[in-house]
Structure formats: C-alpha cells, structure tokens
Write a protein that binds this ligand. Sequence first.
Ligand SMILES: NC(=O)c1ccc[n+]([C@@H]2O[C@H](COP(=O)([O-])OP(=O)(O)OC[C@H]3O[C@@H](n4cnc5c(N)ncnc54)[C@H](O)[C@@H]3O)[C@@H](O)[C@H]2O)c1
Length: 363
Amino acid sequence: MSFSPYNRPVRAAFVGLGRVYDLNMRAYAGNPDVEVVALVDPSDERRTQRQADWPEARAFASVAELAASGLEVDAVEALLPIPLHSDTVIEMLGSGWHVNLQKPICNDLAGAERMIEAAETSGKQLRVMENYLFYEPLQKLKATVDSGELGEVSGYHVKMVASGLGGWDVPGSTYEWQFQQTRVGRGTLVFDDGWHKLSTAIWLFGPVKEVRAWIGNTEVIPGIDVDAPSTLVWEHVNGIRGIFDITLAVDMYLRSDYYTNDERWEVTGRRGYARVNRCTGRGIQQPSLEVYVDGEMRSYHALDDDWASSFRDSGRHWLHWLHTGEGPMLWSAAESVEVLRFALAAYASSDAGGTGFDPVSLD
Ligand SMILES: NC(=O)c1ccc[n+]([C@@H]2O[C@H](COP(=O)([O-])OP(=O)(O)OC[C@H]3O[C@@H](n4cnc5c(N)ncnc54)[C@H](O)[C@@H]3O)[C@@H](O)[C@H]2O)c1
C-alpha cells in the first residue's frame, strides 16, 4: 500500500477520552510531530475534562459529527471500548483517516478481516498499538536474549497476578464494557490484559505453532466473573516453549500508579536467566531487570520502569512513523491478527479440554 509521509505536523483526533486516554495523551503532549485538532466522545463530562488539555481542539459527540464538520484530520488515536473497535475503525478509515487503535484489534477474525479490507480500500494505515513492546525493561530483556549471553533459550514463563486493592480508580462505565466482553467469552485477564503477554511472546520468540490452555473462572462478586485461574502453554515454530500463568489475589494490595497487575517475565537459557520483575505496578522492589549468568547477577537500576513511558514511546513511534513511513509499526494490523489467532487458539484449546491448536489453522 502506498503511503506519503507527512512533512508537517499531523492533524490528530482523539476518539474515546476514557481511562486510557491519560496514558496515550503523553505521546502527544509537547510533540512537534502532531497538532491535536479534535476530541470525540459521547460523554459531555469527558469532553469538558479533556478540553483542558487541548484548548484549541474542537470537540464532537461522535465520529459521524467530526466527519461531517469538514475539519481536516489526518490520523486518529482510537481509545474505544473493544466491542466498538471493528465498526468504528471501519467508519474512521472510510472517513480518510489513518488509525492508531488501542489493542486488542477486535474479538474475532471476521471483524479483523473487515478492518484490514477497509484499510486497503481507503489506502489508509491501521496500526494496533502495543505499548509493552516499548517498556524499556522488556526491550532490554529482548536485547539480552538476542545477544546470546543466556546461551540457547530453553524456555520462559510469564506471570500475571491480578490483585484487587490499590492503583488508580477505574470508572464503573469502563468495567461495564469489560463485563460485556466477559459475557461473550473474551475475559479481562486472558484477552484484554493477556493480549500484551501474547504479544511479547511473539515479539521475543516469533510465530507460535501450538497452544494448549485451561481457562478458568472465578465469581468475584455475585454476577461478576473473572477469567482466572488460567494457564496457557505454547510452542513457538523455533521449538521454544512458553507458559502464561494467570492468578487472582482479590484481597491483595499492590502499590501501583495504574492498574494493580503484578507481572513477571523470566527467560531461561542454557547458561543463565533474565527476569523482568514488574511492569504496570510496583510489585517486587528489585531492579526491574536482573540477568544471571555463570554465577553472577547483573541488576539494572536505571531503566525507565514507569509503565506510562511505554505509552508515550509507542505513540511517539507512530507519530514519527507517519513522518517517514519506514520501519516496523509495532504492530501492523496483520501482525496483530497473529496475536488474535494466538488468543483464539487458547480459547479453542480450553473448549476442547486442553488439546493443542495451531493458531494458523483457525477459521
Ligand atoms: N494498552 C493498555 O495497557 C490498555 C490499558 C487500558 C485499556 N486499553 C484499551 O484501551 C481501550 C479503551 O479502554 P479504556 O479503559 O480507556 O475504556 P473507557 O471505557 O474508560 O473509555 C472509553 C471511552 O470511549 C467513549 N466512547 C464510547 N463510545 C464511543 C463512540 N462511539 N465514539 C467515541 N467515543 C466513545 C466512552 O465514553 C469512554 O470515555 C480498550 O481497547 C482497552 O482494551 C489498553
């Protein structure tokens, strides 16, 4: 698809001004690559609140109102509830705007295909942003693995403990969309948060050829279910195996400026291991990355381990990309479909009692 890079600031609109806007807007603040010209959200309260950040921007209650306004927009930062992703992204591409969409791309392959077709028809770019690939401790983990200093990789695991106490406030309306997702079998921990872990797996070790999963369920309060305990295991095409262990600690307090995720990544090689001790929250108070080789531990004390920085850098990457058209998007829409297939293979496996599924084989 041909793309003409911009040699002037990109005129951008935020579509969806909810919880995650607070993180995504960090890429736009003070960035000469971009001019924020529009804000879109059906909530009067959200529009008024966010207008303070961009006094010059025009505010609209819907994408249709923005499209009809005649205001010139080049690209949108789409921060929408997941059930709205497919249709709204198709509408925005059809309006002639490039789209940077918060993950996950959408709930199913049919929706993703429609979105990719809409991008091709409109000649516009669709990116599905994955901020974890911009978290410096994870980037350093990848560099350590790629350097070969751990020796040949034997395997790795990813851990997520969802704790119930601490962190920032998440509005009830945000949870409502998540519960809607749970009701259609796309739970918060495996699909919404888990998406990041599956992304890092593909980013670190390449395509996956077999996934086995046992996805559980816990009723945390009457009528509200969370998809834990859950365990996913897989093998990459290169033979490396990974495990993703999801547990719930409803009464555990976790210090965090954002969500209360206690997360870890640990890669084991023939000579040593490397471990990222935390990400979203401030769980283990060790340096964010530790590397153990040949009896010696190296600790990284000066990495930028503020999770919000990964949003800033992911967004800056996109805005810079629009000025060059060069290099990986992290992720393109097609790459994010690989992540979707990985997640869908886990659901297929769990439904089938844990047998292995090849993500590529899914219809
Ligand atoms: N990368 C991450 O770590 C991360 C973290 C949180 C959320 N997310 C993703 O970000 C997206 C948004 O999540 P959130 O937590 O901000 O949700 P939210 O519910 O807090 O915010 C969504 C906003 O969209 C608005 N909205 C609803 N319908 C709309 C429409 N038709 N047009 C325009 N705006 C509309 C709502 O009024 C709300 O303000 C989701 O895809 C979610 O998965 C990613």
